[in-house]
Design a protein around this ligand. Structure first.
Ligand code: GTP
Length: 173
């Protein structure tokens, strides 16, 4: 797991990608400090697991709140980007949102590790991680200076999450 000092990890992605299901795996059963902080129409979920502060929100349809969530960029040390592997129709939307994130000055200027979860890999028509890499353009410019990793996951069972989290924690150390 992630050790030593506290760090901040953002968990983002489109609605229905599986963010809450992923987060539930990192929450201990007695986790009391999980809270949802609603602002005007935009809500952020925050909780702490061991020494990792997770901050999560839903990007889709919320572009008008972008200036609110951008405040979280400057002090994060890692990003988990959750994608629904079976949502072929919205893979292009997921790419657009990821691009906007990667182009933000606070993200662009730093060698921030990006963990992409190709979630819902259990679904019959899920795209392979290779296809998700292509669809998101992870082989292209915007991420060439950043450590990134893709992990196929099933957030319902937790399959693949530990490997992804281990990679991210190694990057943050
Ligand atoms: P919003 O709250 O809308 O932002 O969605 P979210 O990204 O938090 O997704 P959520 O965790 O609520 O999951 C959306 C739906 O997908 C739920 O019905 C989950 O049970 C389901 N789901 C999440 N992960 C997986 C997975 O790996 N496989 C399958 N088959 N279903 C999943």
């Amino acid at each position: 797991g992630i050790r030593r000092k506290d760090c901040n990890v953002l968990v983002v992605g489109l609605d229905n990608s599986g963010k809450s299901t992923v987060l539930n795996h990192f929450k201990s059963p007695d986790c009391k400090d999980s809270n949802v902080v609603p602002t005007i129409g935009f809500s952020v979920e925050k909780f702490k697991y061991k020494n990792v502060h997770f901050t999560a929100w839903d990007m889709s349809g919320q572009g008008r709140y972008r200036n609110l969530w951008e405040h979280y960029y400057s002090d994060c040390q890692g990003v988990i980007y959750v994608v629904d592997s079976a949502d072929k129709l919205r893979l292009a939307v997921a790419k657009d949102e990821l691009d906007i994130l990667l182009k933000h000055p606070e993200i662009k200027s730093r060698s921030l590790p990006i963990l992409v979860l190709a979630n819902k890999m259990d679904l019959r028509d899920a795209l392979s991680p290779v296809k998700i890499v292509q669809g998101l353009g992870l082989d292209q410019d915007l991420v060439k200076d950043k450590p990134w990793q893709i992990a196929a996951t099933n957030a319902l069972t937790g399959d693949g999450l530990a490997a992804g989290a281990d990679w991210l924690s190694d990057q943050i150390q």
